[in-house]
Structure formats: structure tokens, C-alpha cells
Design a protein around this ligand. Structure first.
Ligand SMILES: Cc1cc2nc3c(=O)[nH]c(=O)nc-3n(C[C@H](O)[C@H](O)[C@H](O)COP(=O)(O)OP(=O)(O)OC[C@H]3O[C@@H](n4cnc5c(N)ncnc54)[C@H](O)[C@@H]3O)c2cc1C
Length: 320
């Protein structure tokens, strides 16, 4: 028996969520006394996963996350899960993870607990606290299945320090045939975000209060100074002021950074659904009655065009 962590990478490079999945898997492996196996595809340097608790790292080197369809990623993963008799499979609830997890559940006929935000409370039966209902509620699931997939909300568990432990690194080629797909990936276009929103610890987000796409220079400058990702409300991306990859909320990305700064965003319930798990929320809005203030840890009632330049100047001063 084993615990198997599916570790995503992008163009062969690991992301923060990759290490978070290992942390989650390691804790389960300690608690149930089984080895932890890391499974990845097309990693440039699988040895980078060493020191985070996996005794074995399996890298399917002839397939890549970006160019393999989700059906095939799930098929190959299911074969390796079965070969390694994994009782617990951990995956990040990223866009890819969200698609692979249910496919895997169907392939393996096992349980699925999605959107986990805490380590399991018990193992027999398996109980895990998760996010639900567009982040408006917490749900604790109990599974009596012998085999379960747990998908974890990115940035909800945190990381562990690397240690000096070595792992057995196996670079393998996928052996079985890929499924004969009626669907293929035709085109990939990289978003030009500097910091991926899913991984960003700080996110600077702006809404219709900024009035014009030309005014985003100060948002980008603030983000650059704080090493933050940039996000926006839905109408802003609908109007084409910002790319859709920045849209957060119920119909966009759900994020939970350590710090979310909302500038000129009213705080509609659909927007909050994607950001209200952020650990700290700062709101800058001219309207003291804006609903976002109710969800904020800190609020500034003020004009973004006055407050943000002052914030930038203060940060530059502080950095100097
Ligand atoms: C089914 C459905 C799904 C949706 N999904 C999403 C979603 O995923 N994400 C999302 O964001 N929305 C979503 N929406 C839309 C949502 O209901 C709101 O309409 C939207 O979030 C409002 O965007 P906003 O706050 O940028 O704009 P507005 O509501 O226009 O708010 C602008 C804010 O800026 C403030 N402001 C104005 N000038 C300044 C200034 N100079 N300085 C500082 N503040 C200023 C105003 O006081 C106001 O609070 C959804 C709606 C529906 C019906």
C-alpha cells in the first residue's frame, strides 16, 4: 500500500502547489504508516522533489502535462496508482487537477473528496474538511471507500521545509497505449501573467472603479513592488480591459492568497465567492457602504487615484 501524490508542473518546472501536495501526502503517509510516492509527467528535473517526504519519485518522461489530454493523464495515472497499490491519491485542485480527479475516480471506481482545506481528521473512515458552495460554507466529508482521491485547494495547506532525505528517482516511459481520443489539443496560448494567480501569495485586484484600462499602470506597478499577481472583477475582463485569466470570483478563478488587495471593487457576492478565503483582505473604495468592507480585515475609504500612488511612494521609500 502507498500514498501517491500527483505533482503538476508547467513546461517541466514545478510550481508552489506541487510542494503543497507533497506536504499533504507526507502527513497522510506518516499517519497511516505507508510510503509516499510522487508521480509527475515530463519534469525537467524530478530530483527537485527530493527532501519533501517521497521515498520514490516517478517521472513519466515521455509525456507532458501541457500536451497530453486529461483523459490520457488520468489513464496513465490510474495504471501507476494500481501498480503501486495507492490507497490515498492527493492532487491539487488546479484547473488540470479539477479535471483529472473525477476522471481518475471513474477509472479507479474509488472515492473523491474535493476542495480539501485541512489535513484529514481521521483515516478510518476518512474525514476531511473542505470548501463548498462557492466558498460560502465548509463541508466535512466522510468516506468509507478503501481508496480515495483528495484534491486540495491551492495555497490552503502551506509548505514544509526541505530536508536532506534522498528519494529513488525513476524516469520511465509510458508503456501502455494512449486512449484513442476523439479530441486533441489544437492550440496552446500562454497567458502573459508574470506570477500565476494560483501560486501568488499577494494579489492586487482592481475593478470597474478604475474607470479605464489605461489606469492599470499603477496596479501593475504596485504588484511589481509587492511581487504580487494581478486580478480583476468580471466586468473588467468582460469589457476586455484585462485578460480573462485575471477574472476571479464565482465564474472565474477561486484564489486564497495570504493578502488580497481589492481596489475599486464593490464586493458583490459573486466576486467574494472566489476571494473570501484569502487570509487577509484590504479594500480601497470611495464608498464607505461598499459591501466589500464587511469582508475586509483592513479598509481604506478613499479614491484609488489618490491612495494607490501614495501606497506606491511609501513602498518605494520603505524599500530604499
Ligand atoms: C451569475 C453571475 C456570476 C458572476 N460572477 C462574477 C465573478 O466571478 N466575479 C466578479 O467579479 N463578478 C461576478 N459577477 C458580477 C458581480 O455581480 C458584480 O457585478 C461585479 O463583481 C462588479 O464588479 P466591480 O466591483 O468591478 O464593479 P462595480 O460594481 O461597478 O463597483 C465599482 C466599485 O468601485 C468603487 N469606486 C468607484 N470609483 C472609485 C475610485 N476612484 N476609487 C476607489 N473606488 C472606486 C465604487 O464605489 C464601487 O464600489 C457575476 C454576476 C452574476 C449574475
Amino acid at each position: 500500500m502507498s500514498v501517491l501524490a500527483i505533482i503538476e508542473n508547467w513546461e517541466g518546472e514545478f510550481k508552489k502547489t506541487s510542494f503543497e501536495v507533497l506536504h499533504y501526502g507526507k502527513r497522510i503517509s506518516n499517519e497511516i504508516g505507508q510510503e509516499l510516492i510522487a508521480l509527475t509527467f515530463g519534469a525537467n528535473n524530478p530530483e527537485r522533489l527530493e527532501g519533501y517526504g517521497a521515498s520514490r519519485i516517478i517521472n513519466v518522461s515521455n509525456l507532458k502535462f501541457e500536451t497530453t489530454t486529461n483523459n490520457n493523464l488520468a489513464k496513465i495515472s490510474a495504471e501507476l496508482i494500481t501498480e503501486n497499490e495507492a490507497s490515498h491519491i492527493v492532487i491539487s485542485n488546479t484547473i488540470t487537477g479539477k479535471t483529472i480527479a473525477p476522471l481518475l475516480t471513474s477509472n479507479l471506481n474509488c472515492g473523491l473528496i474535493s476542495n480539501a482545506i485541512e489535513h484529514p481528521k481521521t483515516h478510518t473512515p476518512l474525514t476531511v474538511k473542505c470548501k463548498g458552495f462557492s466558498s460560502k460554507a465548509h463541508i466535512t466529508y466522510e468516506s468509507e471507500n478503501q481508496q480515495n482521491i483528495i484534491s486540495i485547494v491551492p495555497n490552503s495547506i502551506g509548505l514544509i521545509e526541505k530536508n536532506d532525505e534522498k528519494s529513488e528517482v525513476l524516469n520511465i516511459n509510458q508503456k501502455s497505449n494512449l486512449t484513442n481520443e476523439k479530441m486533441k489539443i489544437l492550440h496552446r496560448e500562454k497567458s502573459n501573467e508574470k506570477i500565476s494567480l494560483a501560486d501568488a501569495e499577494i494579489v492586487i485586484s482592481a475593478g470597474r472603479g478604475l474607470k479605464d484600462p489605461e489606469n492599470w499602470g499603477m496596479i501593475e506597478e504596485l504588484a511589481e513592488l509587492l511581487n504580487a499577481g494581478t486580478a480583476c472583477s468580471k466586468p473588467v475582463s468582460d469589457m476586455g480591459w484585462r485578460p480573462h485569466s485575471e477574472h476571479v470570483g464565482q465564474t472565474g478563478l477561486a484564489i486564497n492568497p495570504d493578502l488580497y488587495i481589492a481596489i475599486g471593487i464593490s464586493g458583490a457576492i459573486q466576486h467574494l465567492a472566489g476571494v473570501n478565503s484569502s487570509k487577509n483582505i484590504v479594500v480601497i473604495n470611495t464608498d464607505p457602504e461598499a459591501p466589500f468592507f464587511k469582508a475586509a480585515n483592513y479598509g481604506i475609504v478613499g479614491d484609488a487615484f489618490v491612495v494607490v500612488p501614495k501606497l506606491i511612494a511609501a513602498l518605494k521609500n520603505f524599500k530604499n
